[in-house]
Design a protein around this ligand. Structure first.
Ligand SMILES: *[C@@H]1O[C@H](CO)[C@@H](O)[C@H](O)[C@H]1NC(C)=O
Ligand SMILES: *[C@@H]1O[C@H](CO)[C@@H](O)[C@H](O)[C@H]1NC(C)=O
Length: 564
């Protein structure tokens, strides 16, 4: 039976274990001592004098000494107390490594009798080593799609102590996602493993920081820690998400080509190519494709052509955002084009009298036209004016139809043609206007009689004029035109000294030239009174008269005559 009188405190205590019974029995076997490692030099190991049945002083007298096979002496004899003591610090781990039992054996030689006594000293392990991880930083990469239950080996810790002083357990810092499993190898080595308990989400938490603690079973236990960094590897589990379900913009139609209308934006929570978003049109007509450009990287939507409210006032298109592997999301883009005052009003003449008689009654309609402006709202509201000093005014008919009517009597002889400027102006800011010219010809009516410059003329003709000689010319003016101004001349029927006027004088009806039909004789006829009528060819004709006094002048055509 072996007694194990362990001290309550292993440190510094020298423990002795001997076979009970007689010394003989002790000598017959081996003397076994035990001492804790790492005790101070000179620490008590065993009462060798007593165990050999000697008084302490006899050790020296009898030449007792330690013999061992060339090893560094770990022990020495204390001749004064007769005990075996340590010769220096003993490190069990250096001596025996991981062997569960560490025995040092040597012999005691008693020189006088040449007796050898085998001694065994067991070096008792103390917990002088902390379990250590090879690296204090453990990196683990796990796909975010990894299923719960998957295990990831962690690097283990080592503790050179033995028995309960060696590594006993691992603990993982508390967390939601992971637990710890420990596998035991054949040699008793414990392999810690990280077990995924709950699904990971990289977008929620990119990295998980855990602490792994390795503890031994010493008293008190020693432990050390390693930091575990679990990096969650991205999987394309998110599609891009637009910042808005639909994008709207209102733009004036006159924005320059290339103007950025709006920017669409989508976010993809994944990382790397999984999160790289590009933009494109989704449903778009070839026509719109020519009009708009979408920057695939920035999401900027701009114009490639000018917008025209009058052509299209509203555009709707679908766009999409796509990540690297191809997950996509769509959104709508609505573009409202605002009318700008970019169209001038137009005047369309529907009907126009090419000429208007000058005696036309007041209020006669000369032209009918309508106003139009392609713009809308105020930009399309058109008003029309004409200069104020004209004998015309504008009358609104229905809607945008207008009439040009006369407000004063026209007189061709004063003004035969009016160039009426219609100015149509819209209500835009600034307003646009357009001028249209309507030319109104005033047609002649026979409202002017031919007129002679004088109401009477005196004509002097020397007597003895040749017959048929032209004696005078009358000319009447008629301000009318054409036949209304075509004047014919005639002599009023009358008699002179019993003979008709036409036997004395004739008139060329076209030219107004008067001819003498006789050679006048002053001594017979001294004066003729004529009336010339000028008549135009109007219908009815108008005429006027002038009077002509013809005086025959005396010539010396008679020789004196002696009456008696
Ligand atoms: C009318 O007047 C405008 C400008 O004053 C001119 O351009 C146009 O030729 C004129 N029209 C006629 C028929 O005389
Ligand atoms: C012109 O004279 C004719 C005849 O002499 C007469 O009938 C007519 O009324 C006169 N016309 C005018 C305008 O005096």
């Amino acid at each position: 039976m072996a007694a194990q009188p362990w001290g309550g405190d292993c440190r510094g205590f020298v423990l002795l274990s001997i076979l009970l019974g007689t010394l003989w029995e002790a000598w017959a076997g081996r003397i076994l001592y035990s001492v804790s490692e790492e005790t101070d030099k000179g620490s008590f190991v065993g009462d060798i004098a007593k165990d050999l049945g000697l008084e302490p002083r006899e050790l020296a007298e009898r030449g007792v000494r330690i013999v061992s096979k060339g090893k560094t002496q770990l022990f020495a004899l204390n001749p004064r107390s007769g005990s075996l003591v340590t010769a220096g610090r003993i490190d069990r781990e250096e001596l025996c490594a991981q062997s569960p039992r560490c025995l040092v054996n040597f012999n005691i030689l008693m020189e006088d009798k040449m007796n050898l006594y085998p001694i065994d000293v067991e070096i008792i392990d103390i917990n002088d080593n902390v379990p250590r991880f090879l690296t204090e930083e453990i990196n683990v990469k796990i796909m975010e799609t990894a299923a719960p239950g998957v295990r990831f080996p962690l690097s283990e810790a080592g503790d050179p102590d033995v028995g309960t002083n060696s590594l006993q357990s691992y603990q993982l810092s508390p967390n939601r996602h992971f637990s710890l499993a420990v596998q035991s190898g054949d040699d008793g080595t414990k392999y810690p493993e990280l077990v995924l308990e709950q699904l990971l989400d990289r977008e929620e938490e990119r990295v998980h920081h855990l602490v792994l603690t390795a503890s031994d079973g010493g008293d008190p236990p020693l432990s050390s820690t390693a930091r575990i960094q679990v990096t969650v590897v991205d999987v394309n589990d998110h599609a891009p998400v637009f910042s808005l379900p639909q994008y709207q913009v209102t733009v004036p139609e006159n924005v320059p080509v290339g103007t950025r209308l709006l920017t669409i934006h989508a976010i993809d929570l994944d990382e790397g190519v999984n999160g790289e978003v590009t933009y494109s049109f989704r449903k778009i007509t070839p026509k719109l494709l020519q009009m708009f450009h979408l920057n695939s990287l920035t999401g900027e939507l701009s114009t490639l052509e000018g917008l025209d409210y009058e052509e299209t006032a509203f555009y709707e298109m679908e766009v999409q955002a796509q990540d690297g592997p191809g997950s996509l999301t769509k959104a709508k883009v609505l573009i409202t084009v605002l009318d700008m005052n970019d169209n001038a009003p137009e005047v369309t003449v529907m009907s126009l009298s090419s000429s208007v008689p000058e005696d036309t009654p007041l209020g006669t309609v000369i032209a009918l036209f309508y106003l139009q402006d392609r713009d809308s709202g105020k930009n399309g509201e058109v008003t029309c004016t004409i200069p104020e000093n004209l004998p015309f005014k504008l009358e609104n008919s229905i809607d945008n139809y207008y009439r040009l009517v006369t407000t004063k009597n026209l007189d061709r002889e004063t003004l035969s043609m009016y160039n009426v400027t219609l100015k149509a102006t819209d209500g835009g800011t600034p307003p646009l206007s357009r001028e249209t010219h309507i030319s109104v010809q005033v047609a002649d009516t026979n409202d002017n009689p031919p007129t002679f410059p004088h109401s009477s003329y005196s004509v002097y003709i020397p007597e003895n004029n040749p017959r048929g000689a032209s004696i005078f010319l009358v000319t009447a003016q008629d301000h009318d035109s054409e036949e209304n101004a075509q004047v014919t001349y005639s002599l009023a029927e009358d008699t002179i000294q019993g003979a008709p006027v036409s036997s004395y004088v004739s008139i060329n009806s076209d030219t107004g030239v008067l001819y003498a039909l006789q050679s006048f004789d002053y001594e017979q006829l001294r004066e003729l009174q004529l009336r010339v009528t000028a008549r135009d060819s109007g219908n009815p004709p108008l005429c006027s008269n002038t009077s002509l006094n013809l005086f025959v002048l005396d010539q010396n055509d008679n020789a004196p005559e002696i009456l008696y």
